[in-house]
Each structure stands twice: as C-alpha cells, then as structure tokens.
Design a protein around this ligand. Structure first.
Ligand code: HEC
Length: 280
C-alpha cells in the first residue's frame, strides 16, 4: 500500500531529512561511536515490514496519533485514515510533547517493545506509561527516539545544553583574551615593535598560567604541558625582544600557533549552537 505524499509533506520531509542528517553528523563528530546510517521510512512501511528495520537507526515520518505519556506517543501514516496498528515511540529526552495530528519526523532505533531491553538501552530513563499501554504494545515494533522534529523544525527531544561550571566560564573568558593578545603579539613581532611585544608577551604568559591552573584542576596532563610551554614561550619572546634579538623572537613566537592547535584538537569541541566548549 504505497501512499503518495502531498508536496507539502515532501517538502517538510526533505527539509527534515537534511536537518536530521546534519544534526546526526554533528553528534557523530563529537561521539566516538561509529555513525549509524540513517534509513528514511514512513511509519506505515515500518509497521508493514518491521523485520527489515529491526535494530536500525531510522528517520520516520508520519502523524502523531496519540499522546501516551510525557515521553511517549504513537504515530501513524495518516491521521485521517483509521488504521489497526500504530507505532509506539519512546523518546526518553522529550522536552515537550508533539501535537496530535502533527506531521513529524522521528529519528531513533527500531526495537521490539520489551521493558528490560528498553531499560538496558536507556539507563537513566524510567518508562512513564500505564499498565494498559505496556500491555497494548508488548512485543510490538517501536522506536527508541533521539530526535522528534515538529513542523516548526524544533527538535522536541533535544535536551538543553549542560550549563558551564564557574571554572569553565572563567576559562572561556581567558581564551577570549588569548586570541586578541596573540593577534597583537604577532603584529608586534612582524613589525619588530618592542612597545607591543613587551605588553602582549607578559599578558599571554599570564593567560597561559591561568590555562595551566584550569587544566591542572581537571587532571589533563597533556594540556598542562602545552600551557606550561606557552608560559615559557611567552617569556622567551619577551626576553629576546628586550635584547633586540628579533630573529629569536620570531622563532619562538611561531611555536605558539602550534600550541593553540594541539590543545584545541585534544580539548576543544564545538557545541551544536556553534560555541566552543571544553571536552568532557
Ligand atoms: C592548553 C590548551 C589550550 C591552548 C594552549 C590554547 N587553547 Fe584556546 N581553547 C582551549 C579550549 C579547551 C577551548 C574551549 C573552551 C571555551 O571556549 O570555553 C579554547 C577556546 C578558544 C577560543 C574560543 C573562545 C570562544 O569561546 O569564543 C579561541 C578563540 C582560542 N581558544 C584561541 C586560542 C589561541 C589563539 C591559542 C594560542 C595562542 C590558544 N587558544 C591556546 C584550550 C587551549
């Protein structure tokens, strides 16, 4: 029973699919786990051929049929047509319920409903449905969802970002100063300008000292090493400039850029909102 989609649904679907792939790709970059291939499928095809999709990560499109609890609902291909079966969706991180009748896209893993299996896969989660619902979907095909995208393109299952600790906030301010200080220093080095270098080199030295303390508290020895090198290089730059040894100044200053890159590759991540964070 192939059902033709209206153009609106096709547009929504295409847009959703692209957004989902982007979101999944971003997460895949950050998580070391291998990226699963995302299989697009309609809710009705999934119900018709469940065994084709068991264990796979799918992007399902369809209509919200019934809200079952704060983190679960059922889906159907077409709200206007009555159907015997519907698809059970469990979204442990659901922040807001979708609207019944809305055409949505859900990304998640296809399973057969079994409470023990669900608990094993989503450890921090407690299933919040009534016994009637448990009974109704026992052994039925279901989707353990990580994304629930509504018609406004909002991912209702996206947990708000973990807030920064006060230490991370302070460190972010340090890095925001490292960047202009480093840019100024390079200008001063290129122009052999003692006034600029004698101001920026000690500033960078202080900022790298703060960086070192931050990573010492986190027990990240590689970062501590790079920050310590940063302090030493900043000091060497200042000393060489004061002695008018500009070729030494340039040699030392060139090493700073490598430190930035090495530490960022190991300890910096770009969050989904585009801001930088310290890797956990
Ligand atoms: C020892 C590790 C380390 C070194 C060395 C280091 N950084 Fe960073 N930097 C980080 C981490 C971790 C972050 C992410 C934390 C954050 O931005 O809150 C970061 C963030 C940044 C940011 C983004 C700030 C923001 O939030 O907008 C800039 C810009 C930056 N670093 C520039 C530099 C430059 C330039 C250098 C070298 C001169 C450098 N960093 C050296 C660890 C380091």
């Amino acid at each position: 029973m192939q059902q033709r989609l209206t153009w609106r649904h096709q547009v929504v679907l295409t847009v959703c699919a692209c957004a989902m792939v982007a979101a999944v790709a971003t997460r895949a970059q950050q998580a070391p786990a291998p990226a699963a291939t995302l299989v697009p499928v309609s809710a009705s095809s999934l119900l018709l051929h469940p065994d084709l999709y068991l264990g796979q990560t799918v992007a399902i499109f369809g209509t919200v049929e019934q809200l079952l609890s704060a983190t679960t609902f059922s889906m159907d291909q077409d709200a206007r047509k009555a159907s015997l079966t519907d698809l059970f969706i469990v979204a442990p991180t659901l922040q807001a319920q979708p609207k019944a009748g809305d055409y949505i896209t859900v990304v998640g893993t296809v399973l057969r409903f079994d409470q023990a299996e669900l608990q094993r896969r989503a450890r921090a989660y407690t299933l919040d449905v009534s016994a009637t619902v448990t009974e109704r979907y026992r052994g039925a095909i279901m989707v353990l969802a990580t994304s629930v995208v509504d018609p406004a393109m909002t991912d209702l299952a996206k947990a708000p970002p973990v807030p920064l600790t006060p230490q991370e906030v302070a460190f972010d301010a340090v890095m925001k100063q490292v960047n202009p200080a480093n840019a100024e220093l390079r200008k001063g080095v290129e122009a052999a300008d003692i006034a600029i270098v004698s101001k920026q080199a000690p500033l960078l030295g202080k900022l790298f000292t703060d960086t070192k303390k931050f990573f010492e508290a986190r027990g990240a020895s590689d970062a501590v090493k790079w920050a310590t090198e940063g302090v030493a290089i900043a000091s060497a730059v200042g000393t060489a400039a004061a002695a008018n040894q500009w070729s030494d100044v340039r040699t030392s200053a060139a090493k700073l850029g490598q430190l930035c890159q090495a530490c960022h590759a190991a300890h910096r991540v770009r969050a989904e909102d585009g801001t930088y964070r310290v890797k956990k």
